[in-house]
Design a protein around this ligand. Structure first.
Ligand SMILES: C[S@@+](CC[C@H](N)C(=O)[O-])C[C@H]1O[C@@H](n2cnc3c(N)ncnc32)[C@H](O)[C@@H]1O
Length: 282
């Protein structure tokens, strides 16, 4: 386990993932009923963009730095950027929230968070960063066991983020298995899987496997910063989302073109479509 998210915090892939996460939470919050948030590969929760690790790559300069003070930013960015502004009250961008911190700040009193991180040091930091919030439980276990260990939740509504480091060859397959495990336990589960757009051959298999996952509905959302070609660099990233809340697709139609224009490097682009469409009764 060599991956440390601090090197990549706030990059274009984090922006896409975290924006979508914030929108799902906002749409879930329209109803009073509580929801559970699960994060199987949670990271440490808080990042210092001026710290040693983030400074070495400077990836955030091509991500959050390009949008956090843009004047024409579409309204649905408000929650995400509001958290970042609150963490940087002096007006200089330094502190960046990971997915656990975004979910913690944007969820409500009645909601509950279950965070999991396998790396012992990162898990310790995550616990430290989340301490004092009694709605949050931190587990230091195997992320791929999370659906079987923690589902179904007592809350009828559940959002799980699956965001592995993709260090191992089998992680795309394990994402599909985890989605299947989650849907088998909670058919209505909202599961968001983040993935890098690099190796197109592997991705084509991933999409085919996802189509057989058993999810009732599955939305695919992708943001490109370079043309998608056979090169193995990070050309963009995507999320597949099972049972996305009503309204998400329409919002993302508005947000993705703006993001692609802002974050595109050699060539920005996006797509959104249904990998599994809801069956309508005849
Ligand atoms: C991409 S980062 C997570 C970033 C975080 N979700 C966010 O958006 O802020 C992936 C994390 O998974 C952890 N990890 C790696 N293998 C794992 C495993 N098998 N189970 C759980 N966590 C794992 C890594 O230590 C790393 O912190």
């Amino acid at each position: 386990m060599n991956y440390r998210h601090a090197y990549h915090a706030g990059n274009h892939a984090d922006v896409l993932k975290h924006l979508v996460l914030c929108r799902i939470i906002a749409l879930l919050s329209r109803k009073e009923a509580p929801f559970a948030y699960l994060d199987s590969h949670a990271g440490v929760g808080l990042y210092d963009l001026r710290g040693d690790q983030a400074s070495r790559t400077g990836e955030w300069l091509e991500g959050i730095a390009k949008i956090w003070q843009a004047e024409d930013v579409p309204e649905p960015f408000a929650d995400y950027l509001g958290v970042i502004r609150a963490m940087n009250p002096e007006g200089e961008l330094r502190h960046y929230p990971g997915s656990p911190e975004l979910a913690r700040r944007l969820s409500r009193e009645q909601d509950r968070l279950q965070l999991n991180e396998k790396h012992p040091e990162d898990g310790r930091l995550l616990k430290e960063n989340m301490k004092g919030d009694r709605r949050v439980a931190v587990h230091l276990g195997e992320g791929w066991h999370v659906p079987r260990a923690l589902l179904p939740t007592q809350e009828k509504r559940m959002l799980m983020l699956i965001d592995p480091p993709f260090e191992q060859d089998d992680e795309l397959e394990r994402c599909v298995e985890s989605l299947g495990d989650a849907i088998a336990r909670m058919r209505q589960a909202i599961v968001a899987i983040w993935y890098p757009i690099k190796d197109l051959r592997q991705l084509r298999k991933f999409y085919r496997d996802l189509e057989k996952s058993g999810a009732p509905k599955l939305l695919r959302v992708e943001l490109y910063v370079h043309p998608t070609d056979e090169s193995l660099r990070l050309n963009g990233s995507g999320l597949v989302i099972s049972n996305p809340p009503w309204g998400l697709e329409d919002e993302l139609k508005q947000l993705l073109p703006w993001l692609a224009e802002r974050l595109g490097l050699s060539q920005g682009g996006w797509r959104m479509d249904w990998l599994i469409e809801e069956k309508t009764s005849a």
